[in-house]
Design a protein around this ligand. Sequence first.
Ligand code: 13P
Length: 251
Amino acid sequence: MRKNIVVGNWKMNLKRKESLELVEEVISMLKNNNVEVVFAPSYTYLYKVNKMCTDLSYVHTASQNISKNKNGAFTGEVSAEMIHSLGVKYIILGHSERREYFNETNTDLRTKVDLSLSNNLDVIFCCGESLKQRESGVHFDWIKSQIVESLFHLTEEEFSKIVIAYEPIWAIGTGVTASSSQAEEIHAYIRSVISDKYGENVSANCSILYGGSCKPNNARELFSKENIDGGLIGGASLDANSFVEIIKSFQ
Ligand code: 13P
């Protein structure tokens, strides 16, 4: 079901005390919220953070990654079934940092998508282009191929568990944001790609989030666009005031 979602992707930031304090602070500032709020802390605090969120129907947690293997001798890896056993709702997959620094391919991501769904975890699937790709005009095809190759083997019912996050790589951690019309153009395109495969209804029900230097000062403008259903927030999610301000941009 399409809904407004704001996800805080903490990446490899914050120690234990800071993490728990941040969650406590954000929760205390959210009253009668009509936006789904998701924390994606480090694996190490995921269990505790998830416990802190269980009383609130609109606050959930996400894992930033999972192994592409089901289980077994893979030292240092964390499986989808382990994450599911914590009561976590979402898995973030395909973040550009995972694609770039850990060489994750569309095929790897397809495997991870399947493992997530078979363990009852919903997927926040990231896609997006580099500046070079945008400048050379291949960004539409690039984004389409990311979606097609990792997601379009899913049934309609399975696809309903997918949230898409459009994250232009050139806007991540740079302070440069896609303008609301640049973002809306891609979001509308992504919705049309989904519609071509699964039909209008599935497409209209898919939440598509924007990520890339989304901050309190631009969130309202971005979220006002028809096809932008929320945000995947990096830097600004590490501060309770700025994260909550972004969440409240819907109100
Ligand atoms: P920033 O908000 O820090 O640009 O990060 C975006 C992002 O990568 C979220 O996953």
